[in-house]
Write a protein that binds this ligand. Structure first.
Ligand code: UD1
Length: 374
């Protein structure tokens, strides 16, 4: 049986936990030779290196070091540098048989376009998700990537429906489950061993976790200011820990909102600001929290798998199963709704939710099997 040469491309924080189990499943099979390429979209240690360590993922074979920029700059830089790699590396061996991309960040779309133009087939993991809100940069990335990918690995049934509606052939679509949840179940025991709760003076079930980083929530002073105000009010009765994404930190400083946050100091209320956390420390915090308040896509899924209430600061979600079956509720930007749902959490009347089918820790193995027989 001949070896298949795969280029596995990652770029930003949420890509790493999705690619880690795929790489492991592929490399367990002799049929694949994988080249791991990091675009460098995320480059801070806190957003990149620490994840490779926590996820026990090998270092990238190639690093493109594209860094930050506008959407066009970042996308163009990935395309230019990746094209060179796709053209150069085959000289040292056989050409790439396929490129694997995950998620919906700029690096995902840029890598898919670059590969498709060189006639290298593209597999997209986490395909088919749609928020139907084209003001989200990720929605554009998802639509473009799926349009040019020929293998579509989907995490929830709505994704299959979306792809069929967009005219993708049935035989290109594979409902395999959720690779990010593979990582979560694999590393949960290690997360429970972390000492971050005692270090912060927190007790399991007695605090909330907040994350906010979407441009729609953090790029406008009034919106971000109101959000922090409402969260501060919600944090009267229990502390909320807030690991802050660099993008959000910069906006908080620029808008003069730093006085809304305080470092953790053992108080039993308020928003406690923290630097961005690695995978294990963050999972230790979320898995033992009472409630999660977030605008992240992935965290809605992780909260659902963990059975933790998740109040989602968005009007739409591309992951409807987290609302229909899981623990997430869309709060939009309505402070009143946030208060009502938080009260339900505190009084024990918040909905329960269940872990969706195929979110069982084996999605990456299913992907590897399908790639092997395709
Ligand atoms: C990106 C993804 C988003 C994902 C998020 C997870 C896109 C369009 N967005 O958003 O889908 O949910 O990652 O974190 O791909 N910065 C640093 N250090 C870094 C990287 C970024 O300080 O290592 C700062 C820079 O000021 C940069 C800003 O964060 O301009 C935004 O980074 P970028 O990668 O463009 O988007 P994210 O907001 O991180």
């Amino acid at each position: 049986m001949s070896t298949l040469r795969l280029a596995c491309v990652v770029g930003a924080r949420p890509n790493f936990m999705k690619m880690a189990p795929i790489l492991r499943a592929l490399e367990a099979l002799e049929q694949f030779e994988c080249v791991l390429i990091h675009t460098g979209q995320h480059y801070d240690r806190d957003l990149s290196d620490v994840f490779f360590e926590d996820l026990q993922m090998r270092r990238p074979d190639v690093h493109l070091e594209v860094g930050s920029g506008t959407h066009a700059q970042q996308t163009a830089r990935v395309m230019e540098r990746l094209e060179e790699v796709f053209l150069r590396l085959p000289e040292q061996g056989q050409p790439f048989d396929r490129v694997i991309v995950v998620g919906d960040v700029n690096s995902t779309m840029a890598a898919a376009i670059t590969a498709a133009k060189l006639h290298i087939p593209v597999a997209h993991v986490e395909a088919g998700l749609r928020s139907f809100d084209r003001t989200m940069p990720e929605e554009i990335n998802r639509i473009v990537t799926d349009a040019i990918a020929d293998m579509l690995f989907v995490s929830e049934p709505a994704g299959v429906d979306n792809l069929l509606r967009e005219g993708k052939p049935r035989d290109q679509i594979h409902l395999v489950g959720n690779v990010m949840i593979d990582t979560l179940f694999q590393l949960l025991p290690l997360a429970y061993d972390r000492d971050i709760l005692p270090r912060l003076g927190l007790e399991a079930g007695q605090y909330g976790v907040v994350t906010i980083h979407r441009p729609s929530n953090v790029d406008h002073p009034e919106i971000l200011g109101t959000l922090l105000e409402v969260l501060d009010d919600a944090a009267r009765n229990m502390p909320f820990v807030f690991p802050i994404h660099p993008r959000t930190q910069k906006r908080i400083e620029r808008f003069g909102l730093t006085d809304r946050l305080r470092p953790s100091n053992g108080r039993l209320s308020g928003i406690w600001s923290l630097p961005p956390l690695g995978y294990l420390d963050f999972l230790a915090l979320t898995s033992q929290s009472r409630v999660i308040v977030t605008d992240s896509g992935g965290l809605q899924e992780e909260a659902t798998a963990l059975g933790i209430p998740c109040l989602t600061l968005r009007n739409t979600t591309e992951r409807p199963i987290t609302v229909d079956e899981g623990t997430s509720t869309l709060i939009g930007d309505d402070p009143g709704r946030l208060r009502v749902e938080l009260d339900k959490v505190c009084s024990g009347t918040y909905k329960r939710g269940r872990c969706p089918e195929l979110w069982d820790g084996h999605a990456a193995e299913r992907i590897a099997q399908i790639l092997m027989t395709s």
